[in-house]
Every structure is written in C-alpha cells, then in structure tokens.
Design a protein around this ligand. Structure first.
Ligand code: URA
Length: 428
C-alpha cells in the first residue's frame, strides 16, 4: 500500500518554515511508530521542529497522535476523584514522595506513573527502590485496586502508554533535539493525558538545576502544557518554582526517601514542606476538593499512614533501615560569613557522579549515594563548618564529584539579598 504522504516532502515543508495539516501530523506520528518513517527521517523532522516550532493546531494534533499511539487508562469508576502532579525535574526534588500520600489522605486519589532518572535529576522510581522490597512494576488491575484501597500509587509507566513518545524521546536524546518547547510539552502531556488522571498540576522548574534556565522559557513551556491539557479536557494548572538551589537538604535516592519521611513525620526542611503543601492545595482544588486544607492532615500523621500503606502494598517495608553509604567526605566552608549561593546544577552533577544517577538507561544506581547539605543559601556559616557531605559506596568517585562542586559555593562577608520566592508564578 502506498503511503498517503511523503516523509521527505514533510521534512522540506517544516524545514522551509511551512506548516503541516492535521492529517499530515497524524500520519507522521503513526508512520514513525510503525516504522514506515525511518529513524533518519524522523531525526530530520525533529530537528526541523526544533528550529521552526509547531503552531497550536500542529502541536495539539502531534500530542493527540502520540496519545493515540497507545493505551489510555481510565479511573472514572473509582469512588473518589483523581489528580496527579508532574515536575519537569530538579535537584533534590523528592516532592512526589510526601505529596502523593498527603493528597490521598485528603480524599483525592493519585495515580502517579513515573520514570527512572537520566542525568543529574533523579527519578522517583530510583528513589523508592532504595526501600528494601519495594516494587515499581504493577499491572493496571493492581494499580486500580491500590488506588481504591490506599488512595495513592507511584509505579512504573507501562510500555503501552504513548509508545510514540518512548521511541521519539530516545531519538531526541541522541540527536540534540530534547530542548524544544513543543517537543517537551507534547512528550510530557501525551503521557499524562494517556495516564487518565482527572486533573493535573505541573511543577515547572526554573533555574540552574532545571531544564529551563530562564523564567521566560519556563513560562512558555508551562503555558503550552496548560493549553494542551485544557484542550484535551484535562483541568491543568502550573506553578513555576525556583530551582537555582537544591530542594531540601538531600540529593540522592535513599537520602531523599529519609527526608520525605521526615516531612511526613511533621518535620523536614521548610522549602520541601512549603512546596508539598502548595502543590497539594493545587491538586485538591483542581480535583474539586479545594475545601480541604492539607496542612492539618500532614500534621495529623494521616499522610504518614497512607505512605506506610503505599510502601507496604508494593512489597516494601516502611520500617526497614535505608541503605547507608560505605564512605563519606566533607566539603567545608572556607571562611566565616553567609552562604550566598549553592548551585543546584553543580550539586546535582556531584550526586550523579557519586552514583545516585545514571549516564545510560541500563546503568545501575546506588541507593545510598548522594549529597547532604549542612546549610542553605541565606544561612550564617563558620569557617570549617561542613557545607556538603558526599556519600558513596565507591570512593574513587569523590574526586570527580568534588570537581563538579568547584565554584558552586559562594560565601560572602555580608548577608546576601533576599532569595526569589520558591513559588514564582502560577499559570492557569
Ligand atoms: N520529560 C519528558 O517526559 N519529555 C521531555 O521531552 C522532557 C522531559
């Protein structure tokens, strides 16, 4: 059978600044998924999109075609509403771990389909796999049962969800076409819409440790994703949040689980607590339960009860000790003063090099590796005070982690200016 369109013609159209019609966009994604369009042709198409962009109609069609490439989950028969959160990824971003049980404890079910990490921002599944016995793979029925009984589930996205995105993302990764707002927006939103959540809150990170370093780009990405969600009938809002310095005091899988458990116990760093509550309020409101205040629910221990049930339902032991790294080293303050800067990207790369992250998707990660912080920007520090503790099972990694931290810490004699707010802007 002859194809209705010619891939080379479509490449030329976009290369020269033209636009594709709806049938062309739908065919292009479907033909790439089934192998009719070759990898080298899709590489050229992705690069043309990178330079020329997609207009709103093309982007809507592109996203719909990616959703239609696979299955779509349906939670409409659950006894409670559903809401989910997606973060564009940041250093020390463990918010999903306390957030999912908190929102579930407030009466809104959370179906969180997550991935493993690649690069300097860890993946949620890697973090949870630091818990002895915990299992990421669930069948759809197991997921539905857990949502009904426990209220929250964090598990691996099955291969049936937006397979076009899986194939395209792997290609973008090796062709320098990841950093394109329409391609990122359609990639994220196709998976979230196919996941079947009833409402969606996006945490779009801005700053050195984020995909989007500039506020204007983060705003464009957030606005694009909110429009795609709403266009698909999914209530969607976005918060733009600061990622110039790590969230909380830990970056690394088991270390972040321990900090999340502190938050669920009523403690934990102020920024992690504040962002968890801000996102919980948005999720509850988007799911029609804006009357519930998550703060007293967190303080009551009910979110901790849900966490324990979630971990237990997936084979994990919530009481088991988390793995400890065999070796640690300290980076100390070189002078008395104020910690003016602690760069998120540098800390993320250090944690990654210590073994917390992977360079290729088949690499293993160390459950105990990472970084703990002894101070946050704005804190007073003393010469010799430990500012960063490095954790790893493989001490030959220390030197490269220290290299990543060169220039990352700035101590000043005078107090630094006020930091930007954690939640910079709301879009929606
Ligand atoms: N995360 C995704 O899922 N897709 C992208 O394109 C970028 C980040």
């Amino acid at each position: 059978m002859t194809a209705p369109f010619d891939a080379v013609e479509l490449i030329r159209t976009k290369r020269d600044g033209g636009r594709w019609g709806p049938a062309e966009v739908a065919w292009l994604i479907q033909a790439y998924t089934d192998g009719t369009i070759a990898e080298e042709q899709m590489s050229a198409l992705a690069m043309a999109v990178f330079f020329r962009g997609l207009d709103a109609e093309e982007l809507g069609g592109w996203t719909r075609a990616m959703i239609d490439s696979g299955e779509r989950l349906d939670f409409s028969r659950l006894s409670r509403p559903t809401a989910d959160k997606h973060s564009t990824g940041g250093v020390g971003d463990k918010i999903t771990l306390p957030l999912v049980p908190l929102v579930a404890a407030c009466g809104v079910a959370v179906p969180q389909l997550s991935g493993r990490g690649l690069g300097h921002t860890g993946g949620t599944l890697d973090k949870l796999e630091a818990i002895p016995g915990w299992r990421a793979a669930l069948s759809t029925q197991e997921m539905l049962d857990q949502l009904e009984t426990v209220g929250g589930v964090i598990c691996a996205a099955g291969s049936g969800l937006a397979p076009a995105d899986k194939k395209l993302y792997a290609l973008r990764d090796v062709t320098g076409t990841v950093e394109s707002i329409p391609l990122i927006a359609s990639s994220i939103m196709s998976k979230k819409i196919a996941e079947g959540t009833g409402a969606l809150v996006l945490d779009v990170k801005v700053g050195s440790g984020a995909f989007m370093k500039q506020l204007a780009d983060a705003r464009t990405l957030a606005t694009t994703m909110v429009a795609l969600g709403r266009g698909a009938g999914l209530p969607t809002v976005a918060l733009l949040t600061d990622m110039s310095t790590p969230l909380g005091l830990t970056a690394g899988n088991g270390l972040e689980v321990a900090e999340s458990v502190e938050v669920l116990s009523g403690g934990g760093p102020a920024d992690v607590v504040a962002l968890t509550l801000a996102l919980a309020r948005e999720m509850l409101s988007a799911a029609g339960r804006g009357d519930v205040d998550p703060e007293p629910v967190l303080a009551s221990g009910r979110a901790m009860d849900v966490w324990r049930a979630m971990v237990g339902a997936q084979g994990g032991n919530p009481d088991a000790a988390l793995p400890q790294a065999r070796e640690t080293e300290v980076v100390a303050a070189e002078a008395d003063g104020w910690l003016a800067e602690l760069d998120a990207m540098a800390v993320g790369v250090a944690a990654w090099r210590l073994g917390a992250g992977r360079a290729r998707k088949e690499d293993p990660v160390q459950a105990a590796a990472g970084v703990t912080l002894g101070a946050k920007p704005g804190d007073r520090v003393r010469k010799g005070q430990p500012l960063i503790r490095l954790h790893t099972d493989t001490p030959e990694r220390f030197a490269r982690a220290r290299e990543a931290l060169v220039g990352a810490v700035r101590v000043t004699a005078d107090p630094p200016p006020e930091r930007p707010p954690l939640v910079i802007e709301r879009i929606g």
